[in-house]
Every structure is written in C-alpha cells, then in structure tokens.
Design a protein around this ligand. Structure first.
Ligand code: NDP
Length: 483
C-alpha cells in the first residue's frame, strides 16, 4: 500500500482534487463507478504523476496506507450511500471516509452516526470553488468525527486556498453535519449575493439605460472597493464579453431563466425549520423560481401594467447609491447566514467559530470577498455577537448606507423593477432594529380566533392571558407552544 489518500468519483471536482493533492506531494489512489473513466484519467491528465488506479473496490482499498482515508466526490444523494456500502466491507475500524460532495447535513449526521457504530470515522466536508478551486485551492469546510482530523487535516489544508496572511481556508468546523451545514449556508449566501448583483444590473440596465460595457466598467470599479469579490469580478468580465457570431454582448443573448441544484432551497428550509429569519436568502431562491416561469411572465407582461417612468436624476449619484445599497443588503444576507449557523449550533450542539468560518470563505470559494476580513474581525472582537449587524464596524456601515439604500429601493419600486433581495434585506434591517413590531396585533388576532393567548406589556414575560373578545367565547385557552 502506497497511497496517502484515495478518491472516488472522477468527475470534474474529483479529477481536479486528485491533481491538486498530487501536486502537494501526496500519492493518490483513484476509483470511479464507470471504470473507463479511471483508464481515461490515468492515460490523460494523471499520466506521469503519483496517481494509481483501483479498478475494483478491493483493489482500490489495497492501495491505501493505514489508517485508510477515502474521499468520496460523487453526486450527492443515494450515490454517496452506494459508495459507502461498496467500500465498507474492505475497511477496518479507524479508517476514514470523507464525503466532499454537496450532501445534505442531515444525511451527513445520519451517515456519521451509522459509520461510528462500525468504528469508521466519517467526515462530511464542504468543498467550494468549482473546477478551478478544486485544482488550485478550494475552500474546505470539514466536520464529523474529530478523531479523523489529525490524519486528514494536513492533507486537506495542503490543498486548500489561503487567506492573504497565509492561513489555510480549511479548518475543522464541528461535529456531525456541521461542515456540510456551513457549506450549505455558504451556498445560500452565494444565491443572495448573485441575486443582489442581478438586481443592481437590472436597475442599471432598465432604470439608467446603461449598456453592457458601461455596466462592466461600473462593476470593475466596484471590485476595487468595499464590494471587492470574485462574483463582482466575474460580473464585470461577463458584461464585457461579446458573442463571437453576432458581436452583441453575450449576456443579452442568454435566456433569463435560472437553474438551481437545491442548496439554496436547503438553506431556506433549514432557516424555516430552525425559526431563524433568513428571508433574503429565501427571496434569492424564489427569484430563481419566478425567473423559470418564462412563458407565464411573457404572457403576463402583455396584460399586467407597471408604472411608466423615466430616470431624470444624476446617474453617477444613483450609481453611488446603488453601490451602497448592494453593500448594505449584502451585510444583511451575511448577518442572516451567520445567524442561521448560530441557530444550528444551538440546535445540534456544534461549537462553531464564526470568525474562523469567515476566514474559510475568504479565498478559494465562490463568495470570496475582501469583506469577509471585516466579518472575521467582528467575530474576533466579539465571538458572541448576537448579530453581525451589531458589530461596531457594520453598525457604521449600515448607518452610512441607510439613506442611499432607501433611495435605491424606493426608485426600484417606483420604476416597477423587482428588487426582492434589496428590499427584503432592508425590511430585515428595519425589523431587526425595531424595538416595537406590530406582532401585538397579531397575537390579539390569534387569541381572538383561536384562544392562543398573549403576554402583556404590563405583566412578567411568560405569563399568558386570554380575552373573550366577542363575549361569546369560553374561558378555555389553547396551549402556548411555539413550533
Ligand atoms: P457530479 O455531481 O456530476 O457526479 C458525477 C460523479 O458521481 C461520477 O464520478 C459518477 O460516476 C458518480 N456517481 C453518480 N452516481 C453514482 C452512483 N450511484 N454510484 C457511484 N458513483 C456515482 O460530479 P461533480 O464533480 O460536479 O460533483 C461531485 C460532488 O461535488 C457533488 O456532490 C457536487 O454537488 C459537489 N460539488 C460540485 C461543484 C461543481 O462546481 N461541480 C462545486 C462544489 C461541490 P460515473 O462516472 O460512473 O457516472
């Protein structure tokens, strides 16, 4: 046995991770369900490197040094269970299975506890950065059986991206499904980031009437400031690209229906299940869903009227507002994502280090951004921050952006341009900073129709009251549980 690690699943992520591992000095054994793919890889990109093929499960496992470490990079879902079942007969207690796909964190919890019964150490790790990241340095978010970390940590940290100060964008996240939960929230935040950039683009295009090259310049400028990030950078590049055939901006030729693979939905489901408000992330998922209703929207556009307005203000001033609106909205979606991780940590007993998580996302992954340094700092200063919004740095940032943010959302509403992420972020901000919300009326309504009871402002918390609102109800109250 000569291989330091084995990898199963030679699709785009798997192949590139293997090449990355090998380039860091590790000998890697590879396997794939469709064996031809192993041969193609060995004869192609893997040629001349310390990469060994195992055509059967048994042959593959025999190539691995003990304790064996096998990274699984197959399609999320039942394929992961099939792969685990294929290898476990050949493994011994203390061997390590690492699922690096986008698995649901509850599947990871289940797999970790089932494999622990057999003495196997299971690690569920998020890997972000796409094909390029996998090859040159992804962000890696491992969780599961911590006993595996001393063995797999050096390998995973060796292949990971690094922050500007040289810290690997890979560290132990927590027990059970914590790594996959953090990766899921990363993807939810990614949905929100992309949606917000789309809203800024929509406003520039339809309110200001900017051309694609003009918008490319704006994004390129923004990329040098507080919004500096991979997604802003690629947006500038995308808007500058022309179609080879027509010479038109390629973006204008792309159909406006977005796809999704489910991690944004999972994030939103988790937010609903844990009762953590993350509406901006959910709005980004719904925005993709409404974009997919292309035929319905085209039909509706012929009969449903919007406002007829034209922009007569100062375009540069509006662009300056837009940059701040995007920044403040982004702060809110990150605040929601971190609050969601806080909710999960409480629910599942994970000890998540939010400052460290911000640094895991600083490089390598799709949401990498200079702004993550500020989040890192905020949590280093106060690890128990109830919300990112309360960190002094972000208090100042939202306060400075507030007027511009409101002007942008108002302008969008008056112009009939949908801005679900900007406006939900602003509503989240306004709700979070409200000492008094209208839920008193809501509790009265619940008590009126369902005897659900309410607490009073002039009585201790936890003491519940019921009123016979109509004079026709009884005195029996419903119980006051919260789901
Ligand atoms: P895919 O998700 O397209 O999965 C293809 C791989 O899964 C192939 O190796 C395939 O084997 C294998 N596979 C599918 N079904 C089974 C099965 N029932 N049993 C055994 N093997 C099976 O590949 P990607 O490289 O795109 O992604 C791998 C994982 O990484 C996924 O979980 C994905 O969500 C995640 N991921 C992907 C990113 C990306 O940018 N693509 C980024 C970050 C994470 P075969 O060749 O035999 O069909």
């Amino acid at each position: 046995a000569t291989a330091d690690i084995g990898l199963v699943g030679l699709a785009v992520m798997g192949e590139n991770l293997v090449l990355n591992l090998e380039s860091r000095g590790f000998t890697v054994a590879v396997h794939n369900r469709t064996v031809a793919r192993i041969d193609d890889f060995l004869a192609g990109r893997a040629q001349g490197r310390r990469i060994l093929g195992g055509r059967s499960a048994e042959e593959f496992v025999a190539l691995l040094k003990k304790p064996r470490a096998i990274m699984i990079m197959v399609r999320a879902g039942s394929a992961v269970d099939d792969t685990i079942e294929l290898f476990t007969p050949y493994l011994e207690p203390g061997d390590i299975l690492i699922d690096g796909g986008n698995s649901h964190y509850l599947d990871t919890e289940r797999r970790a506890s089932r494999l622990a019964d057999r003495g196997l150490l299971f690690v569920g790790t998020g890997v972000s950065g796409g094909e390029e990241g996998a090859l040159n340095g992804p962000s890696v978010m491992p969780g599961g059986h911590e006993a595996a970390w001393p063995h797999v940590g050096p390998m995973l940290q060796a292949i990971a991206a690094r922050t500007p100060d040289g810290t690997p964008c890979c560290d132990w996240v927590g027990a059970g499904g914590a790594g996959h939960f953090v990766k899921m929230v990363h993807n939810g935040i990614e949905y929100a980031d992309m949606q917000m950039i789309g809203e800024a683009y929509h406003l520039m295009r339809d309110v200001l009437g900017l051309s694609a090259p003009e918008m490319s310049d704006v994004f390129a400028r923004w990329n040098t400031g507080r919004l500096g990030s991979y997604l802003i950078e690629i947006t500038a590049n995308i808007l500058a690209k022309t179609d080879d055939v027509t010479g038109l901006p390629l973006v204008d030729l792309i159909l406006d229906t977005a796809g999704q693979k489910g991690t944004g939905k999972w994030t939103s489901e988790a937010a609903l299940t844990l009762g953590v408000p993350a509406a901006t992330i959910a709005e980004a998922v719904f925005a993709r869903a409404i974009s997919a209703l292309k035929d319905e929207r085209v039909a509706a556009s012929r009969v449903l009227e919007g406002p007829a307005t034209s922009f007569e203000g100062d375009k540069d001033a509006f662009l300056a507002d837009l940059e701040l609106a995007l920044y403040a909205s982004k702060i809110c979606s990150y605040a929601q994502g971190f609050a969601l991780m806080g909710g999960a940590a409480r629910e599942y007993g994970w000890r998540l280090d939010f400052g460290r998580i911000a640094h895991l996302w600083r490089e390598g992954c799709i949401i990498r951004a200079v702004f993550l340094d500020d989040i890192h700092e905020a949590y280093m200063e106060e690890p128990r921050l109830p919300s990112l919004l309360l960190a002094p740095f972000f208090q100042r940032a939202t306060s400075e952006a507030s007027a511009a943010w409101r002007r942008v959302v108002s302008r969008a509403v008056l112009s009939g341009v949908p801005v679900p992420a900007f406006s939900s972020a602003l509503s989240y901000f306004d709700a979070y900073r409200s000492a008094k919300l209208p839920a008193n009326l809501l509790q009265a309504q619940r008590d009126y129709f369902g005897a659900h009871q309410y607490e009073r402002t002039d009585a201790p918390r936890g003491q519940f009251f019921h009123t016979d609102w109509t004079g026709e109800g009884g005195v029996t109250a419903s119980s006051t549980y919260n789901v």
